[in-house]
Write a protein that binds this ligand. Structure first.
Ligand code: DOR
Length: 458
């Protein structure tokens, strides 16, 4: 793909020909030594010596397309545990089709679609609708997240069992955007999902401690005169829920961890042997609360951007596995909901098309994660937490022969300027506009079928 070459070789420039089998020539699986990787019948069919395969070579299925992928890194298809696709209800901000296009361009092959739609995804009917919209769009797998409580109101449990046994096969339940703040309801939800190995993904925000909160509580908030969102409001809920998960022997997943104290509590809960997992967003790995001084609502997000000390602890926690995975919290918002005064603006940032680049900048370039670590934190761990089929999750780690050809090809070298108008999302609320980020997704394959070639949707 780097040197598609009319005159140099028999290789096919990416995008010009659509075979059902593909050779990734001189690709570097998990950043290792180059090999030729054959994708056929939806799986990784063979590894061959680097550069040995050319169009018309023996042993290749008819119609094989050879891609020059020299220097590109082959990763398992990325899995996002935390995406807002906004359909049904806010199709002006995002649709399943536009959001999954953004996902594929970002290297994702599965996204978990959050339940805070309108109507809320709190019944088998709505989760099946979202799941079918994902199938129709075809850009990546869509796994709907079911709401924990009816209407996200935090008062009574939604039909968790019905959503689990629906065609959508829901395993992750979350009121994200809202905290399940009632301890008894949280306990009941944790108990209930054990029956089908589900997980409760908690948006940890003690509501009374965050009433009217506008940004991280701290010196910047004091200077700007904005009401603060204290770290303890997150940490208190995580500590409570970790204790509950340990008590009932169930699975808790903590959404968008944002403070150093939260990392410590999760480390403690894991040391206790409790089944607690956690995610961090790309923006909490890179950005800090002093950006709020601009009063640009693009930096308004929930949980809020925190301090440099928090960012350092989050990076360390992701590196040592205390934080299991990166999840985007891709939160598209229409212009009128974002381009307004700070207090009225909705919280949330786009993330799907820039997540891997931010992880490269904050974790790979400084040597905190290697490419196998990126695969673990952005594909394998979220697949495990989200209950994706075990066979697929296991083989993804190695991109071994027989693994589903659900992979992404990354050119790690170039830095590119983020241009909001060039994004596939229907919304424009990226906090990285005009900023240079490293790495470009060149291709994404879903079970052997390209969804992105040459950086463009197929
Ligand atoms: O900033 C956020 N936006 N945080 C959330 O938890 C919800 C999300 C949204 O839905 O916009």
């Amino acid at each position: 793909m780097t040197t598609p070459a009319a005159e140099t070789s028999e290789e096919t420039p990416v995008g010009r020909s659509a075979g059902t089998s593909w050779v990734l020539r001189r690709v570097r699986p998990l950043g290792g030594d180059p090999v030729d990787v054959v994708l056929a019948d939806g799986v990784v069919a063979a590894w061959r010596p680097a550069g040995s395969t050319h169009a018309g070579a023996g042993g290749l299925p008819a119609g094989t397309t050879v891609l020059d992928t020299d220097g590109l890194i082959l990763l398992p298809g990325l899995v996002d545990l935390h995406t807002h696709l906004r359909e049904p209800g806010r199709e002006d901000a995002e649709t399943v089709a536009s959001g999954t296009r953004a996902a594929a361009l970002g290297g994702y092959t599965t996204v978990f679609a959050m339940a805070n739609t309108n109507p809320v995804a709190d019944t088998a009917g709505v989760v099946e609708q979202v799941w079918r919209l994902g199938l129709d769009a075809g850009h990546c797998d869509v796994r709907p997240v079911g709401a924990v409580t009816v209407g996200l109101a935090g008062e009574r449990l939604a039909e968790l069992g019905a959503m689990a046994s629906s065609a959508a096969g829901v395993r992750v339940f979350s009121d994200d955007g809202h905290c399940v703040s009632d301890a008894l309801l949280m306990r009941r939800a944790l108990e209930y999902v054990k029956a089908f190995d589900g997980v409760i993904a908690q948006h940890a925000q003690e509501p009374r401690l965050t009433e009217n909160a506008q940004m991280n509580e701290g010196t910047v908030a004091a200077r700007l005169g904005l009401p603060g969102w204290p770290a303890v409001a997150e940490e208190a809920i995580i500590a409570r829920d970790a204790l509950l998960a340990g008590h009932v022997g169930s699975r808790l997943h903590v959404c968008h961890v944002s403070t150093a104290g939260s990392v410590e509590i999760i480390r403690w809960a894991k040391a206790k042997g409790w089944n607690v997992t956690a995610e961090v967003t790309p923006h909490h790995l890179l950005l800090t609360d002093d950006l709020v001084c601009s009063f640009d609502p693009v930096y308004k997000v929930n949980p809020p951007l925190r301090t440099a000390e928090d960012v350092a602890a989050l990076r360390a926690g992701l590196a040592d596995g205390t934080i299991d995975c990166v999840a985007t919290d891709h939160a598209p918002h229409a212009l009128e909901d974002k381009e307004t005064e700070w207090a009225a603006a909705r919280p949330g940032m786009l993330g799907l098309e820039t997540a891997l680049s931010v992880v490269i900048e904050t974790m790979v370039i400084p040597g905190r994660l290697d490419w196998a670590g990126v695969a673990e934190r952005m594909a394998l761990a979220p697949a495990r937490i989200g209950g994706l089929p075990r066979t697929a999750a296991e083989v993804w780690s190695s991109i071994a022969v027989g693994a589903p050809a659900t992979v992404t090809l990354l050119d790690p070298a170039p830095w590119r300027m983020v241009e909001p108008d060039a994004l596939a999302s229907r919304s424009r609320n990226t906090p990285y506009a005009g900023r240079s980020l490293p790495g470009t997704i060149r291709a994404t394959f879903l079970r052997g079928r390209p969804t992105v070639l040459d950086g463009k949707i197929v």
